[in-house]
Design a protein. Structure first.
Length: 138
């Protein structure tokens, strides 16, 4: 399951984030302990602990003393928002800059975006400011 090129703790954190985003792990739901995770996936408990500590720092998980780790309230929205911002910064901004460098007219770019949007309707930005910042509200 965890055999990608990234460090194992990064893959574990990504796996947990994906579970939160998909709804497999809901707000206030308890996640496996680091020991359970290590046993289930046959990894070092310190590696699982490092992944979980990062998720706590991000605000995706929180600890309840003596009870374990839980999905933080608002974790899914937090992940969606950070993912949207990263997508705009990492994908859209460079693509639009490249289109400008190549002299592709904006109406051609917008027509392509519109055609793609018809295939998979995205959530609409609440305002022009949200659209500019990459924030999409549902």
């Amino acid at each position: 399951m965890f055999d990608g090129p990234e460090p194992l703790y990064v893959q574990i954190a990504t796996h947990v984030r994906d579970q939160v985003l998909s709804g497999d792990l809901g707000e206030e739901e308890q996640v496996m302990s680091t020991t359970q995770f290590a046993t289930t996936y046959r990894i070092n408990p310190a590696t699982a602990a490092k992944a979980f500590a990062g998720l706590v720092e991000e605000g995706v998980l929180y600890k309840r003393r003596g009870l374990g780790m839980f999905v933080a309230p608002g974790a899914r929205e937090l992940l969606l928002d950070s993912g949207r911002r990263a997508y705009v910064a990492d994908v859209l901004d460079p693509a639009l800059a490249q289109a400008a460098r190549l002299g592709i007219p904006m109406d051609v770019v917008l027509a392509r975006v519109h055609a793609s949007a018809l295939a998979v309707p995205p959530a609409a930005p609440a305002s022009a400011q949200d659209a500019a910042s990459g924030t999409v509200r549902s």
